[in-house]
Design a protein around this ligand. Structure first.
Ligand code: PLP
Length: 365
C-alpha cells in the first residue's frame, strides 16, 4: 500500500529526543521549548512564538489573544478542516461561514465584507491544502473594519505571498505539527505574532492562566495547552529539515504535473490552483474529478494499493454545525465532492508516483 502521508525523520530528532529524556525535563520545562519557539519565530519572520499542544489549541490561543469572546462572531471559510470553526466555538463565539473562491480554494474576500456585523471580531484566513488566501485584500478589509486576522497555516507552512511567509500577515499565525503536516512533533502547534501583548496573553492562557510573577495565582481561567520538551526536541530537528522537505514536495508536485498533464486537457481531471503572486507548498498534491466519478476513482486506486483522501466536508454540511445556515457555500460544496488528496510525503519515489498516475490515466480512459 502506498500511504497518503508519512512523516520523515533524520538522526537529529533521535539525538534531541534522547537528550530531552535523559535530562529528565520531559514535560513543559526544558531547553528545547524556548529554542524551538525562538528558531520558529526567526525563521518565519515574527517577533514572538508560542508553542502549544496542537494546532487546534494554537488557533484557540490566537483567537483569545485577538479578544474573541462569547457572543462575538468570527468569519471562517466554509471549506476547511473542522478545527478552524471549532476553535471559534471554544471561545464561545459563532463561526460565520464564507464561501471560498474557485481560483484559490481559500476564503473569498468579496464574501467577507457582506458578512461583517457589529459582533464581528475577527477573520480566520485558512491556507487550505498548501494554497494561499488573498492576505492583501483580507488585511485591507480587516483594517477598514478594525477586525483581527488569524491565519490558519496548518496546511501551508513555508508558503509565501510576495516573498513573505504566511503567518506574518495576520495578528497571529497558527501552525500544526500533526503527523501528516509539513513538519511534525507527533502532536503540536505554534502561534507567531509581532504583538508583545498578544504573546503575553497566549502565554498566560497556555499555562493554566497562572501569573508569571506569583506562583499559584490565577488572574484568568486558563488552559493546559503546553507543548512538551520531548515534542520541542523533535521539532528542533524537523525545523532544520523543513526547507528540504518543501523542496522534495516541490519535486513530487512536478512529477505529478508532468505525468498528469495529458489528462488536464480533457477536463475530466482538474489540477489544484496556482497563484502567480504567491508560492504555495505541496502539502498534498490534489486533483478534482469531474462528472461525479470521484468516489469511483478512489475505489480504483484503493484496489491498486494506493491510499487517497477525499476532500473535507464543508463546515455548513457538518452535523454539529447544522445551526449555521450557509447560503453561500456553493463553491465549497462542489470542491468537497470532487476533490482527492493523492499520496504526498517526503520519501515518495518517482516510480510510485508513476504507478499512481498510470492508474488514474487508466481510469479516465
Ligand atoms: C491540521 C489542521 C488543524 C489542526 O491541527 P491539529 O494539530 O490536528 O489540532 C487546523 N486547521 C487545519 C486547516 C488543519 O489542517
Amino acid at each position: 500500500m502506498i500511504p497518503v502521508a508519512r512523516p520523515a525523520f533524520s538522526k537529529k530528532e533521535r539525538v534531541n529526543l534522547i537528550e530531552a529524556i535523559d535530562s529528565g525535563w520531559i514535560s513543559s520545562k526544558g531547553k528545547y521549548i524556548e529554542q524551538f519557539e525562538q528558531a520558529f519565530a526567526k525563521k518565519y519572520g515574527a517577533k514572538y512564538a508560542i508553542a502549544s499542544s496542537n494546532g487546534t489549541t494554537a488557533l484557540h490561543l490566537g483567537l483569545i489573544a485577538a479578544g474573541v469572546k462569547a457572543g462575538d462572531e468570527v468569519i471562517v471559510p466554509d471549506f476547511t478542516f473542522i478545527s478552524s470553526a471549532n476553535a471559534v466555538v471554544h471561545c464561545g463565539a459563532k463561526p460565520i461561514l464564507a464561501d471560498i473562491e474557485k481560483e484559490s480554494w481559500c476564503i473569498d474576500p468579496e464574501k467577507i465584507e457582506k458578512l461583517i456585523t457589529k459582533r464581528t471580531k475577527a477573520i480566520m484566513a485558512v491556507h487550505i491544502y498548501g494554497r494561499t488566501a488573498d492576505m492583501k485584500t483580507i488585511r485591507k478589509i480587516a483594517d477598514k473594519h478594525s477586525l483581527a486576522v488569524i491565519e490558519d497555516c496548518a496546511e501551508a507552512q513555508g508558503a509565501k505571498i510576495g516573498g513573505k511567509y504566511i503567518g506574518s500577515f495576520g495578528e497571529v499565525g497558527c501552525f500544526s505539527f500533526f503527523g501528516n503536516k509539513i513538519m511534525t512533533t507527533g502532536e503540536g502547534g505554534m502561534c507567531i505574532t509581532d504583538s508583545k501583548k498578544m504573546y503575553e496573553t497566549m502565554k498566560l492562557y497556555r499555562a493554566h492562566g497562572m501569573s508569571e510573577q506569583k506562583r499559584y495565582h490565577h488572574p484568568v481561567v486558563g488552559y493546559n495547552y503546553r507543548m512538551t520538551n520531548m515534542q520541542a526536541a523533535v521539532g528542533m530537528g524537523q525545523l532544520e529539515s523543513v526547507d528540504e522537505f518543501i523542496k522534495e514536495r516541490e519535486h513530487i508536485n512536478s512529477v505529478y504535473d508532468k505525468e498528469l498533464s495529458s489528462l488536464y486537457n480533457h477536463k475530466i481531471i482538474e489540477r489544484m490552483p496556482e497563484n502567480e503572486k504567491s508560492k504555495s507548498v505541496c502539502w498534498f498534491y490534489s486533483i478534482l474529478v469531474k462528472k461525479n466519478s470521484r468516489d469511483a476513482l478512489m475505489d480504483k486506486l484503493a484496489k491498486n494499493g494506493i491510499e487517497t483522501r477525499p476532500f473535507f466536508l464543508p463546515i455548513s454540511k457538518q452535523e454539529c454545525y447544522k445551526y449555521l445556515k450557509s447560503s453561500t457555500g456553493i463553491n465549497s460544496s462542489k470542491l468537497s465532492q470532487e476533490g482527492i488528496n493523492l499520496p504526498t510525503f517526503v520519501g515518495l519515489k518517482d516510480g510510485e508516483i508513476k504507478k499512481i498516475t498510470s492508474a488514474i490515466k487508466e481510469f479516465v480512459e
